[in-house]
Design a protein around this ligand. Sequence first.
Ligand code: 3HC
Length: 327
Amino acid sequence: MSDVAVHDASHQAQETNFQARLDAEDKIEPKDWMPDAYRKTLIRQISQHAHSEVVGMLPEGNWLTRAPSLRRKAILIAKVQDEGGHGAYLYSAAETLGASRDQLEIDLIEGRSRYSSIFNYPTPSWADVGAIGWLVDGAAIMNQVPLCRCSYGPYARAMVRICKEESFHQRQGFEIMQVLASGTAAQKDMAQGALNRWWWPALMMFGPPDAASVHSSKSMQWKIKRFSNDDLRQRFVDATVPQTEHLGLSIPDDALKLDKDSGHYQTGPIDWDEFNEVLNGNGPCNDDRLAQYTKARTDGAWVREAASVFAEKKAASVFAEKQGASV
Ligand code: 3HC
């Protein structure tokens, strides 16, 4: 058998064994053999997830100095801080696959990578902070809980802690909406206005319809994605409509109806042109968000430099100590 044929046969055997491990619900760890395509799609998804967490700090960060009370300010600071931590967790998970955080950040700034469409919308009122916690973090939980069972170990483990914190994020947002919706007429209008702004972008957050999803079939075969975009979107709608009724608000969709046979709510058509426009950089806040992300990264360069010099010096002194000790 030629060398090429031997190589192909052993590669095929590795692929077959890899899929058998996934089908047996094994966790794949950083040092395990994995197909390049599996590694590549994980770096793609995890890095974009990390970018989303960090850019996701910006819309709410805009309200830190204007929160209506000290209590609200303290809760919002904790939430925004959590998101930064989620980003750090996820960049670390991407680094276990051989990616460099520096390069991932540069890829985002230079347009080779993305963050979630949802963070390209403005937050003109305090109620938007409530709607983001309730709807955006609520949608994130729907999408992220299954990721706790992702086949790649470091990603799955990072998601366990992240999902626990997302639950607090969703509850604090819903509480803001509850207070406003049961407040004065002006407060209820503010809450309804935020629901009108965030409902459809929250549905788009789950990704394109299954028929247009380029990664789903492979991601599901590799047990990265456990449910399809449409399945998770449907779960979110079914969970959120009753919550909206409890708030006494109305979902901005005249076509929304409960399908008695399936027990699911059917929404009107989602504007995928808007989704694609936002993905192409033409959303209401794309330029601002990327400019703020880039400025924060540039302004923080000295911190990264100081930290790496400190780490090098520390490593050198530990090494010297060990050398000294062994003489
Ligand atoms: N925003 C931006 N891009 C999106 C998107 C969205 N809402 N939905 C899909 N896309 C992109 C995909 O990245 C892909 O483009 P790419 O090839 O350039 O990466 C393309 O659209 C096709 O979509 P697919 O469905 O084929 O892609 P995936 O299989 O990757 O599914 C996903 C998309 C469901 C977002 C999946 O990547 C995922 O589950 N990611 C992890 C969760 C995540 O990133 N959530 C984002 C929000 S994080 C958050 O909300 C933080 C919270 O604290 C508020």
